[in-house]
Structures are given as C-alpha cells and as structure tokens.
Design a protein around this ligand. Structure first.
Ligand code: AMP
Length: 210
C-alpha cells in the first residue's frame, strides 16, 4: 500500500499514520518529523525550516520534494509507505505524479476548524519519539512524561495559539485543493475524524477497503 494522508494540522493524521503503519506493516514518512529532527540536530536543513515552521508557513516546495524523493527511494519503502504531511501543495503533488513512484490511495481525514483549534491548543509532543498526547483528552499516565519512551513532553512551537490560525489558513489555501486533484484521479478516500481516536481509526480502515 502506497498511501498519502491529506489532512489539516490537528486532524489526527500522525495518530492514524501510526495505526496504519502497524496495520499494513509499512513505514510512515512524516515530513514534519523529518524537519523537526533536523531542527533538533542543528543541520543546515533544520536552520532553513525553522523559521517557516515557527511562522506557520510551508517550507519551500523544492526543499520538500528533494527530501521526500530521497527518502522514498530507500529500501524500506519498496513494499509500501504512508506519507504523512506530503504533498501539501499542488506543485509537490505534481512532482510526485511525475516521479516513478505510484501512489495507490489518498486518504483525507475531515475535522472542522473549531475542533482542530481545541485539539492543537492542548497537544503535547514527546521530543524523543514524537508520540502525541492531549492535556485533557489523552493525558499521559505521568504528567509531562511520554507513556511510550519516558521522554519529556513539550508544546510544539507551532502549536502556540497565534501560529495555529496561520497553519489552518495555509492548509485551506494551499493543501485543500489537493482533494480535488486526487478526486479527479479517482484516488481520494474520505474518513470523518471528528470523534474519538478509535472511531476515526475504524472510519479510516473502512474508507481504505475499496
Ligand atoms: P506537520 O508535523 O506535518 O504538521 O508539519 C509541521 C510543519 O512542517 C508544517 O506546518 C510546515 O511548516 C512544515 N512541513 C511539513 N511538511 C511539509 C511539506 N510537505 N511542505 C511544506 N512544509 C512542510
């Protein structure tokens, strides 16, 4: 299965990508996670990406296309992969289209903006393994500590309220048109992600059946 997950920030694409990765036994390629790792490691790419991310803007297309095409050509992607966070613009989708990588399906997870703002403003992320929790709805067993690896939980810079609105605007103007792009190719599958995680997971698996 070669799958793209296309969803607004905070719609649960990371959580569902994790679930699907186990279900199909294929890797998740999260462009946001790749960029955050580069920022943490202080690489040249990290330096370029940091300002865009902190402003709620997209990292330039050429940079992203380069990162993803290299990553998808690695051996572990041969049998399939889940792309979490790419493509996010028409230019990125066209570049993928023109590459020799054949995508099977594109999944969109629909959540309304109000719910997204509530989720992102309470989100906590493990700096070490990237697992996410929520201050109210998905509390870690021990406050401030990741259930999965014991790492420290923090609020992402781009989950601060002033950045969330910009990220949503960027999503609506630049990423949402991709739904039509893939619907026209008969590749789009839709799941509603409005409720609890388990319910969304069931919707996602159902949407991918055909
Ligand atoms: P995410 O973790 O997927 O929400 O990504 C966090 C941030 O990384 C985004 O808000 C963008 O600034 C940047 N980013 C991740 N993927 C892309 C992409 N495909 N194109 C441009 N910027 C990206």
């Amino acid at each position: 299965m070669k799958l793209i997950i296309l969803a607004a920030p905070g719609a649960g694409k990371g959580t569902q990508a994790e679930m699907l990765s186990k279900h199909f036994n294929i890797p998740t390629i999260s462009t946001g996670a790749i960029l955050r790792k580069n920022i943490a490691d202080g690489t040249e790419l990290g330096e370029i990406a940091q300002q865009y991310i902190n402003d709620g803007k997209f990292v330039p297309d050429d940079v992203m296309i380069n990162i993803v095409s290299k990553r998808l050509n690695e051996d572990d992607c041969k049998e399939g992969f889940i792309l979490d966070g790419f493509p996010r613009t028409i230019k990125q989708a066209e570049a993928l289209d023109e590459s020799d990588i054949d995508i099977d399906k594109v999944l969109t997870i629909e959540v309304d903006d109000e719910k997204i703002i509530e989720r992102l403003s309470g989100r906590l992320e493990c700096k070490a393994c990237g697992s996410t929790f929520h201050k109210e709805h998905r509390k870690p067993k021990t406050e401030g500590v990741c259930d999965n690896c014991g790492g420290a939980l923090t609020v992402r810079e781009d989950d601060k309220p002033e950045v969330i609105k910009d990220r949503l605007d960027t999503y609506h103007t630049q990423t949402e048109p991709l739904k039509e792009f893939y619907a026209n190719k008969g590749m789009l599958r839709t799941a509603i992600g409005q409720e609890e995680i388990a319910q969304t997971s069931a919707e996602v698996l159902k949407a991918l059946e055909d």
